[in-house]
Design a binder for this molecule. Structure first.
Ligand code: 0WK
Ligand code: BGC
Length: 977
């Protein structure tokens, strides 16, 4: 960017319309006003040289006869001129006692809470619109940015250079273009066309780069914001009423207009309300501003609300800037008891009667009108301009607010009043000028006091929402009513706020250069977030599976199933489709008492199960399998298992009985009979030696022998998927599929014997344990595996094995997330790129964290809590990102699980030659059961992938221990046959 001087000379060609300014954008701070000299403090009503304390009489100063009478009495005593009574009445009606201001404050708080709540938002007249801005600038924002501000009567285009050095003094160049009246009331297209032309002219006047130029649009009207760059206009105000804009996305309208100006490198990346621009402009790294007021043509405010209170948005923790749109306060009648006849007339003559009631008491577009109507009424009561031709007073807007401000704030307000009145063809007396000045003061003081009541409402709301006794905040203020320093408006605003919210300390900061810098900050933040979003999406893209991807996985799974069932192909198949010798699901006739073991999940359980006509009763005990036992010798493992069994039998007083035992052994086993199964390989972190290739029932029996325990009678060994199918089949005979999504993952289903090439016989069905965890071990899922999956796999004790399981199950999802988070830190997308040693530790990010983090409406504070426990300081944005990663990983797992199931149900449907098939899946596993949306995602995806199958999911309540007992019961019944 060229040096300021040269740039200055070349560009200021007079030929170009609009007015140029170059300003280094510094914000001036105005401190709490020094206590006013008693005789001329802001809250003194001056009538003909006498001073009356207006607001200091609260509390206790009630507006009872005493209060008002004392005021009237004081007023009466002072302006004892002719017709002073109408004057006193007028001033009194424009004076709001503090207790009434207290009421206005509490009504505003009520309306704010109504606006924040999802239930009552629509009915609230204070709309509390989310702005999607969740943090104030931290001074690191950088870049050249274009800002367009649509102000009252002009468009301001700014070129802002943020240096990222705390941005206390960004370089700002701007140009102002007056908006023709016709454009303000014309077609929307014309308005945006006009703005786009201003942009083109402005850019042609500066050597703007050809590279993409981000534009921030300050649009001071109530908008329903969906994103930073998507906002629908709710309603026009302040004299603007262009057609064909309300209900439309204003960002799109501007972008379209800019493109039609053949400016293709300008991208509207953020739209913000002027209050938001003010809060950002007045914020700087070390002094964030948390409230902003605009007291200009219109009035409005915004503040940093607790996100969890903003029920209209997802975000549930941290803070979000909320645009109150308090201009509409009172549209529900809640200000009727302070509205004067003058206000009613101003409202009736406005272009939106009944609307924007608060704005019509405070906004600069209306104060001049209120004064005019007071003067008309006082003239009618012969309290003013006796003998003057007052027709000019009948002209709307003949008295402008800046004139009112001149009259009260100017050095010689009286003289100013004379000049203005004479310019209106009036011949005012000294007294007239004095009374006009009093009326102006009363109107502006009331506006300031009402603004203070609104500000006090926000302050108290924030203090209560943050659960603080005291609150101290910076308040950015922008607008002509506050512009003059010191201004009567400012002094009353400050002092009355102090009276209405004594537990809050406010520092008013004047937004010197309007909202330009703030808009640039927001645009820079929007850019940073957009760039981050793009990078995050890029990083997560390989984990996002399309419908076609899932259909492909489904087809691959079917292919592998056929290979696994094939007599000649079974040996090399990765999905081994293991026959279980369970040929029927329970028929309810099962009877007896059984012991059951359940090994292979999160917990090792020993159960005693009583199966009878009245149903099933069971008792169980959970035992831990220490890692040493999982990875030590098989002997030690089975000895440990025996100790648990004996402990259980002792506790259950079963030592004297030899109950048939059903053994759920949740690992891939070649079943050689109902009670004989050879372990093919360990999974899920187990790696006990001397077991693979062995009959696990024999290993258990040998352990019983070693313990000289005669009370063991294993009659069946099953996989947990089979146990789950049997256990659910007992309640739902339609249950012919078992699914586990827990530490590991697997499925079984009832296959037609004719299709089971590895077992003799063509009749009937047999349950096949698919061992789908190993799907992809032959590389057929290469296109699905991501670098993160490779990182997880290579660190496991069974690298290259159980690839499908490692994409789906609980033992691995946390690790996938951890690797993605590490990558994001490396790419500066997370935690400000600060390396986190804790994140480098394997398995530190547990899968159960996903289940917590993805809970809908979870306060992101809890996400921050989890990260904090891991020693990671996470910002609000960080927490949102971490949740996004968790969701992406768990959704993929659920979708892949559904693709596997789709292959199974479609095969069963075809097996049975059915067009439509209904079937139940018995399911178990902590991930499926405890994750907030895993089961729903599985079911939704399955409905898409296998629309001809109506699949019911039945969660197994008592796990597969019950299933093992039922299989044992069938085994025992078979033995009796
Ligand atoms: C409970 C079943 C058990 C199975 C487990 C899987 O009773 O057989 O192995 O679910 O879930 P996990 O405990 O691994 O989450
Ligand atoms: C095992 C299966 C078991 C599944 C669920 C997998 O690791 O190979 O046999 O069914 O985990 O526990």
């Amino acid at each position: 960017m060229a040096s300021p001087s040269r740039r200055h000379s070349r560009r200021h060609s007079r030929s170009q319309p609009g007015r140029w300014r170059e300003d280094m954008g510094r914000a001036r701070q105005c401190q709490r006003p020094s206590p006013a000299a008693p005789e001329d403090g802001p809250h003194t009503l001056v009538v003909i040289g006498r001073r009356f304390p207006l607001y200091s009489r609260l509390p206790g100063g009630s507006r009872d006869a005493e209060g008002s009478s004392s005021l009237a009495h004081q007023l009466g005593n002072q302006d004892d001129g002719p017709a002073c009574a109408p004057m006193q009445r007028a001033l009194l009606s424009l004076t709001i006692p503090l207790e009434m201001l207290q009421l206005v404050k509490s009504r505003m708080m009520e309306a704010m809470l109504k606006g924040l709540s999802r239930e009552t938002h629509a009915q609230s007249c204070v709309q509390m619109l989310p702005t999607f801005i969740c943090s104030t600038p931290d001074g690191t924002e950088k870049g050249n940015l274009l800002v367009v501000e649509l102000c009252q009567k002009h468009v301001r285009t700014l070129w802002v250079k943020l240096l990222g050095d705390g941005n206390h003094s960004p370089e700002i160049m701007y140009k102002i273009f007056d908006v023709p009246e016709s454009v303000m009331q014309g077609k929307g297209e014309e308005l945006f066309g006009f703005i786009a032309q201003c942009v083109r002219q402005f850019l042609s006047g500066i050597d703007s780069p050809q590279t993409p130029i981000p534009l921030g649009f300050v649009f001071p009207f109530s908008c329903k914001q969906k994103k930073l760059d998507e906002a629908e206009l709710i309603s026009w105000s302040k004299g603007f009423c262009c057609s064909d804009v309300e209900g439309k996305d204003v960002v799109q309208l501007l972008q379209k207009a800019i493109n039609s100006q053949e400016i293709y490198n300008v991208d509207v990346v953020a739209l913000l309300n002027d209050t938001v621009g003010t809060i950002m402009t007045c914020s700087s790294g070390d002094k964030p501003c948390e409230i902003a007021l605009v007291v200009d043509t219109g009035t409005n405010s915004c503040f940093m609300a607790e996100a969890q209170l903003v029920e209209m948005v997802e975000e549930t923790s941290g803070r979000m800037c909320v645009n109150t749109e308090w201009g509409s306060f009172g549209e529900d009648g809640s200000l009727n008891d302070i509205l004067t006849p003058y206000d009613q007339r101003v409202d009736q003559e406005s272009c939106d009667p009944g609307l924007k009631r608060f704005e019509k008491l405070v906004g600069g577009l209306y104060l001049g009108e209120i004064v005019r109507h007071v003067l008309i009424s006082l003239t009618a009561e012969k309290a003013l301009f006796v003998g003057s031709n007052v027709t000019s007073l009948r002209t709307k807007d003949v008295i402008r607010t800046e004139q009112v401000l001149d009259i009260i704030d100017g050095e010689d307000g009286m003289e100013t009043a004379r000049k203005i009145l004479e310019a209106l063809g009036l011949s005012p007396s000294e007294r007239d000028c004095c009374r006009v000045q009093q009326v102006c003061r009363a109107v502006v003081s009331r506006a300031a006091a009402l603004c203070a009541a609104g500000l006090a409402a926000i302050l108290t709301h924030m203090r209560q929402a943050r659960d603080l006794d005291q609150l101290s905040v910076n308040v950015g203020v922008e607008g002509q009513l506050y512009q003059r320093q010191p201004s009567r408006f400012g002094e009353i605003l400050q002092s009355v706020t102090g009276l209405l919210a004594p537990e809050c300390t406010t520092t008013l900061l004047h937004a010197v250069d309007g909202t330009g810098r703030g808009a640039a900050m927001v645009t820079a933040v929007a850019l940073r977030l957009a760039a981050q979003r793009r990078e995050v999406d890029q990083l997560l893209a390989p984990l996002r599976l399309s419908y076609d991807d899932l259909k492909h996985v489904q087809a691959l799974m079917r292919q592998e199933m056929e290979l696994g069932l094939g007599r000649d192909t079974h040996a090399n198949a990765c999905v081994r489709m293991l026959p279980t010798y369970v040929c029927a699901t329970p028929d309810g006739k099962e009877q007896g008492e059984f012991l059951a073991l359940d090994l292979g999940g999160t917990n090792f359980r020993v159960l005693v199960v009583h199966v009878g006509k009245e149903g099933i009763r069971m008792a169980s005990e959970i035992y831990v399998i220490p890692t040493t036992a999982m990875t030590g010798t098989g002997e030690a493992l089975f000895d440990h298992i025996m100790e648990c069994i004996i402990d259980f039998q002792q506790k259950q007083d079963l030592m004297a009985q030899v109950l048939p035992l059903g053994f759920t052994f949740s690992f891939p086993c070649q079943q050689l009979g109902l009670d004989k199964a050879v372990l093919l390989n360990w999974t899920k972190g187990f790696n006990a030696s001397g077991c693979v290739g062995e009959d696990v029932v024999r290993l258990l029996r040998e352990a019983a022998q070693r313990k000289e325990h005669l009370g063991l009678k294993v009659v069946a060994v099953i996989n947990d998927t089979v146990g789950t199918m049997m256990s659910c089949g007992y309640d739902d005979p339609n249950c012919e599929i078992g699914l586990i999504v827990g530490t590991g993952s697997n499925a079984c289903y009832m296959e037609e014997m004719r299709n089971v090439g590895t077992v003799e016989g063509e009749q009937g069905r047999m349950c096949i344990n698919m061992e789908w965890g190993a799907f992809g071990d032959n590389g057929c899922l290469g296109s699905i595996f991501t670098t993160f999956d490779e990182l997880v796999d290579e660190k496991t004790i069974n690298a290259g094995k159980q690839r499908f399981e490692k994409l789906i199950s609980g033992m691995y999802l946390g690790e996938i997330v951890r690797h993605i988070l590490v990558a994001m830190v490396e790419k500066q997308l997370l935690f400000h790129g600060k390396p986190c040693s804790s994140l480098m530790e394997r398995n530190i990010f547990q899968t159960k964290f996903l289940s917590t983090i993805e809970v809908d409406g979870l306060a992101l504070r809890q996400v921050q809590g989890i990260l904090q426990d891991l020693g990671i300081q996470a910002s609000f944005e960080d927490s949102v990102l971490v949740r996004k990663v968790c969701h992406t990983v768990s959704l993929r797992a659920a979708q892949l699980c559904a693709a596997g199931l789709a292959a199974v149900v479609e095969k069963m449907r075809e097996n049975r030659g059915l067009d439509k098939m209904a079937v139940t899946v018995g399911v178990d596993g902590t991930l499926y059961k405890l994750h907030p949306c895993f089961s729903q995602n599985v079911q939704e995806t399955l409905r898409e992938l296998a629309p001809n199958c109506n699949v019911t999911f039945l969660q197994s309540e008592d796990g597969s221990g019950k299933g093992a007992a039922l299989v044992a019961a069938v085994a025992c019944r078979g033995a009796e046959l």
